[in-house]
Design a protein around this ligand. Structure first.
Ligand SMILES: Cc1cc2nc3c(=O)[nH]c(=O)nc-3n(C[C@H](O)[C@H](O)[C@H](O)COP(=O)(O)OP(=O)(O)OC[C@H]3O[C@@H](n4cnc5c(N)ncnc54)[C@H](O)[C@@H]3O)c2cc1C
Length: 496
């Protein structure tokens, strides 16, 4: 490979691999755009192994510092979990260590129910393990084959965020191995600076080896709705109204709210809708070029089965969707939260999973979302022949986020998550990327202060701009917890 590491400590020497297959896997990710070749992949069998590795790197005085990247499942799209010439820690090797399953459920008088979960665990496994106790986390990502450490390093958002906050707002405590190789337990009360740094911290301050996740009684079933709009202001007004009622007692608000665009660019995916209705939905999209869809869900169980329909009626009363264009599915809770898992299987079977993903994820302030709609969706996207992929668009409440944490969001009380989840060919992703750049440039030109999510930048200047007023504390925390800049080099914040 042309890169070699200094002699390794004896007790972990046999955990390193550098056969070509292993190196190849660690050199790529879900994005299939960036490739960075590490010197070795490390397979820890315990948290201690990883602490020894980081401590070794911290005390190593060779001219080229050793860099280390935790790799959850490599579901990043721009090399964020890679380490050029460094060591990639394959977090998967840590599975099955806490109580044999990596996940344990407990209750405390102060916190109620919680799960202690290894940072390497997949959210799908957290779901199944907690359901065995009739419990569930409250805040999810759309796709559950992501690791706990990976999503907590970003934020972890989905349709529950408006109500329960992102996943980082639902963590009581963490165990973290810092960039000095120290294993530290942290929470809002103990080592709080590290706790706040790590949540949304892009892997810069330590490797999360355990997270204590808040749990609530799990529902069993879900009423899952989609409502269609041809008018953006009616769509966003209704979305904002629905997230404004999150503060009332459970049962009076939706448990989940997202939104998406149906675009006339490529044949829109109408598989959610009943087959007999699909032709009239396609014709609606053809007629308007763009149709907005609110996706909302309400959970229920045996206790509430007789009242859920009444609650739904109250919630949708007064909404301005197109008459006759409201659709409902009744599914199990597991099928609902794991809904993208079945889509993955379909895409895999068509060879459309392991291909480039030039995604663009943004947070857009509420006050400019209408300008974003006219400038980006109706202009840049509709007028060019480049597929926007699946476009998600939904609002969330800033007061469900904690500003002490590293994640960066717009200043306004309400902001929208906008995701252009594009797929491309191996030779065409650059055209998609150019359109992403055009969108960002448009926002800059007209003064829409967007924040990127799952960000990637080439220069530190861009990161400084990204973090804005948070940059200083981000930098200070880096100096405190990873002074030799060993961790997560693939984010390119402190490493070139
Ligand atoms: C199909 C799909 C759907 C998605 N849907 C959503 C969604 O709905 N909402 C959402 O918020 N995100 C979503 N994501 C993005 C996802 O949150 C990120 O890809 C995230 O990085 C998790 O992936 P991973 O666990 O494989 O982490 P990786 O890609 O392996 O790592 C991501 C970063 O975190 C660091 N890291 C990994 N593990 C740890 C750890 N234990 N401690 C500290 N740092 C660590 C890595 O070094 C890297 O910098 C989706 C991604 C995909 C591919």
């Amino acid at each position: 490979m042309g890169v070699s590491l200094p002699p390794k400590p004896n007790d972990i020497a046999d955990r390193f691999c550098n056969d070509s297959e292993t190196i190849k896997l660690a050199s790529t990710d879900y994005g299939h755009i960036v490739q960075e070749i590490p010197a070795a992949v490390f397979h820890p069998t315990s948290v201690n192994d990883t602490a020894i590795l980081i401590n070794f790197a911290y005390n190593n005085n060779t001219t080229v510092p050793i860099t280390i990247a935790a790799r959850g499942r490599g579901h990043s799209v721009r090399g964020q979990a890679m380490a050029r010439g460094g060591v990639v820690v394959n977090m998967t090797s840590l599975e099955n260590r806490i109580n044999g399953s990596g996940i344990s459920v407990s209750r405390s008088p102060f916190l109620g129910f919680f799960a202690d979960v290894g940072g390497e665990q997949l959210w799908i496994d957290v779901l199944h393990a907690t359901l065995e106790h009739g419990l569930s986390p409250v805040s999810w990502t759309d796709y559950l084959y992501l690791t706990v450490g990976g999503t907590l390093s970003n934020a972890g958002i989905s349709g529950q965020t408006f109500r329960f906050g992102p996943q980082i707002s639902n963590v009581y405590e963490l165990d973290v191995i810092t960039g000095k190789g120290d294993i530290v337990t942290c929470s809002t009360k103990e080592n709080s600076e590290l706790y706040y740094a790590v949540l949304g911290g892009l892997g810069q301050f330590g490797i999360i080896t355990r997270a204590r996740i808040a749990l609530k009684p799990a529902p069993t079933r879900v009423k899952w709705l989609r409502m269609l709009y041809n008018d953006f202001s009616a769509f966003s007004r209704d979305q904002e109204h629905l997230i404004s009622i999150n503060g009332r007692k459970q049962g009076n608000a939706f448990d989940y709210l997202e939104g998406m665009l149906l675009l006339n660019q490529a044949p829109p995916d109408v598989s959610f809708f009943p087959e007999p209705d699909q032709p009239r939905i396609i014709s609606l999209v053809t007629q308007h070029g763009i149709i907005y869809c609110i996706e909302a869900a309400i959970y229920y169980d045996d206790r509430t089965v007789n009242t859920v329909d009444k609650e739904l009626q109250v919630l949708v009363k007064g909404l301005s969707f197109l008459p006759g264009f409201i659709f409902e599915k009744n599914v199990s809770y597991v099928d609902f939260v794991n809904r993208v898992g079945s889509e993955e299987q379909i895409l895999r079977s068509k060879g459309l999973w392991d291909i480039p993903h030039p995604w663009l994820n943004l947070f857009v302030p509420r006050s400019r979302i209408s300008d974003f709609d006219s400038g980006v969706f109706k202009n840049i996207i509709l007028k060019q022949n480049i597929s926007a992929g699946l476009v998600l668009l939904y609002p969330m409440n800033r007061n469900k986020w904690d500003d002490n944490m590293s994640a960066v969001i717009p200043e306004e009380d309400v902001f929208y998550a906008v995701s252009l989840l594009r797929s491309s060919g191996f030779n065409t992703w650059e055209a998609f990327d150019r359109q992403n750049e055009e969108i960002l440039q448009f926002c800059e030109n007209v003064g829409i202060k967007v924040q990127t999510y799952l960000s990637h930048y080439e220069t530190q200047e861009s990161w400084i701009k990204h973090f804005g007023s948070k940059w200083r504390s981000f930098q200070e925390r880096k100096a405190q917890f990873d002074p030799k800049m060993i961790l997560a080099p693939g984010q390119r914040i402190f490493n070139k």
